[in-house]
Design a binder for this molecule. Structure first.
Ligand code: ATP
Ligand code: MG
Length: 123
């Protein structure tokens, strides 16, 4: 499994848009299994868009199955320890070929994602 993520120090630069396009390319064009983790707490734009799309299909009576979409998991704010556990569990995922992490535009110094990245950097 490959993990892909894009990070910029500035918000609103198109990360989520690009991640959706990339996930779609991997699933629909390459036919590979892909999952997106939405770390953009508390906005969760990607999870919101997915719920909106499903509501639309249901309202219009359009039949769909789960396999029609790549899974999007919404990750809420959590402690560094919880995040470490989550990242370990996703590291061992065998049922996806690509894992895409959708990060927020910025992190506070005490944000667990920042701490984990700093830990990785120090290693
Ligand atoms: N290549 C592009 N050209 C023009 N507009 C774009 C492009 N990519 C994204 N946008 C627009 O820019 C805005 C921000 O995009 P997006 O939400 O993907 O950025 P982001 O980096 O995920 O933001 P955040 O840091 O808030 O998560 C959206 O309105 C989107 O439609
Ligand atoms: Mg975004």
């Amino acid at each position: 499994m490959k993990v892909i993520s894009f990070f910029t120090a500035k918000g609103g630069t198109g990360k989520t848009t690009f991640n959706v396009l990339l996930a779609s390319y991997i699933k629909y064009h390459l036919g590979k299994r892909v999952m997106v983790l939405d770390f953009d707490y508390p906005e969760h734009n990607l999870s919101y868009m997915r719920r909106r799309d499903l509501r639309y299909l249901e309202r219009e009576g359009i039949h769909y199955s789960e396999e029609d979409f790549f899974p999007v998991e919404s990750i809420d704010k959590m402690s560094a320890e919880e995040l470490e556990d989550i990242s370990k569990s996703f590291r061992d995922l065998s049922d996806v070929d690509y894992l895409i992490l959708d990060f927020p535009g910025s992190f506070a110094a005490d944000d667990p994602v920042t701490q984990l990245m700093a830990d990785d950097y120090r290693k």
